[in-house]
Design a protein around this ligand. Structure first.
Ligand SMILES: *Cc1c(COP(=O)(O)O)cnc(C)c1O
Length: 392
């Protein structure tokens, strides 16, 4: 076993960012705007380091016991206060991916369908299909799913397990549903008696200083909506920590599953460590710092792409989250845009990965690189794509 050499000085964060340790590493020289990750330098190594000692000091052996099935009460209480609900409505999860998988087992049965936005989080769909559920796309506009389209889809008579929505700082499109839109979607789902799963991974990452509209769960008074929160995008995905908000009965059903009865709370020690951070203002200070960092990255990439590409590409600036959703002029081929980016040494995500598009969409993450690297990425992409444009 190779261990890092003991050293008095902190290691540079990137030293262990390598294949076999993390999920993905870009090839040398490539600027990877594909994944929705935080840049290694934005991950709070120094802030997280003391939290485990604090949690072990505060809770002693209870920090190493099986945690209460729904998660440790101090964290549930802090989350409930933060999100304006009761602690019985909150359950600690191992992140949104695990929460979604658990919901698929409880709400779904193989053969049932899930209604999703026309383009949405691709791996969320994979979790659904893993459970034998069939995602069906619903038409969307600049505020996400259209209520009439949802109504039509729910009237078809399919056996729908739930509707999966990301109304705030959507991945991949960056869109935000306004409050009237949210109320209409809630009314449609309630009329059909179908629950909504609200994936709110980016809710705390608004970048323009104004708060997004209230979550669907808040507007619905907690009824008929299961809201999924995550610390992956605000702290770090390696914590594997998130939470969900649902009606107390459903929380009871979820926490009565064998997985939790057998193993207790998910990521118990980590959840107590994050409790220390959440409880005294350090998390909020971290959030405002992180928003500033992301704003700088978004603004750098948007400005550099607009300057380099002019009118040929629509580069809209999202109000929060991690992603730009570029729209090229009709007639482009996604494959040739990707190939041109690849030749220029930049990786981007094809829009079609997230669902049905017109073939002119690409997703670029601004979260995973420094502003300098983002400017360099735009300087590589602009001539490559201008050349594509002239070849059309
Ligand atoms: C990143 C992301 C997730 C993954 O969440 P984890 O908490 O890390 O499992 C879920 N949903 C969306 C929309 C995401 O972008």
């Amino acid at each position: 076993m190779v261990r890092p050499a003991p050293t008095a000085a902190p290691l540079p964060h990137a030293r262990w960012w390598r294949a076999g340790v993390v999920q993905a590493v870009s090839p040398p020289g490539v600027i990877d705007l594909g994944p929705g990750y935080l840049e290694p330098g934005l991950l709070p190594v120094d802030e997280v380091l003391p939290l485990y000692a604090e949690a072990l000091t505060e809770f002693g052996p209870a920090a190493l016991g099986y945690g209460a099935n729904a998660g440790a009460e101090p964290l549930r209480a802090l989350l409930a206060a933060r999100h304006g609900c009761a602690a019985e409505e909150v359950m600690v999860t191992a992140g949104t991916s695990q929460a979604l998988a658990l919901l698929c087992t409880v709400l779904g049965r193989p053969g049932r369908s899930v209604l999703v936005e026309r383009t949405c989080y691709d791996l969320g769909r994979t979790v659904m299909t893993d459970h034998g559920l069939s995602p069906h796309e619903v038409d969307a506009d600049g505020e996400g799913v259209r209520p009439e389209a949802l109504d039509r889809a729910l009237s078809r008579g399919d056996d729908v397990a739930f509707v999966y929505l990301t109304p705030t700082f959507h991945n991949p499109t960056g869109t935000v549903a306004g409050e009237p839109r949210r109320r209409e979607l809630l009314a449609v789902a309630a009329r059909h008696g179908v629950p909504i799963v609200e994936d709110d991974a980016y809710a705390e990452l608004g970048l323009d200083g104004s708060a997004p509209p209230p979550p669907l769960a808040a507007l619905a008074g907690g009824r008929g909506v299961i809201r999924l929160g995550s610390f992956s995008k605000t702290l770090g995905p390696g914590l594997r920590l998130g939470w969900l908000q649902a009606e107390p009965d459903l929380v009871g059903t979820l926490t009565g599953r064998g997985q939790l009865l057998s193993g207790g709370a998910l990521n118990h020690l980590t959840s107590l460590a994050v409790t220390m951070l959440l409880g005294d203002g350090r998390y909020d200070r971290r959030l405002s710092w992180l928003r500033g960092q992301l704003r700088l990255r978004r603004d750098t990439l948007v400005a550099a792409l607009r300057a380099g590409l002019g009118e040929s590409v629509t580069v809209s600036s999202p109000a929060g989250g991690f992603f730009l959703w570029l729209a090229f002029r009709p007639g482009h081929s996604e494959a040739s845009l990707l190939a041109a980016a690849d030749r220029a040494g930049v990786a981007v995500a094809p829009g079609s990965r997230f669902g049905s598009t017109d073939g002119t969409r690409l997703r670029l993450a601004y979260s995973f690189h420094s502003p300098d690297r983002l400017a360099e990425a735009a300087a590589r992409l602009a001539p490559a794509w201008r050349n594509e444009e002239s070849l059309r």
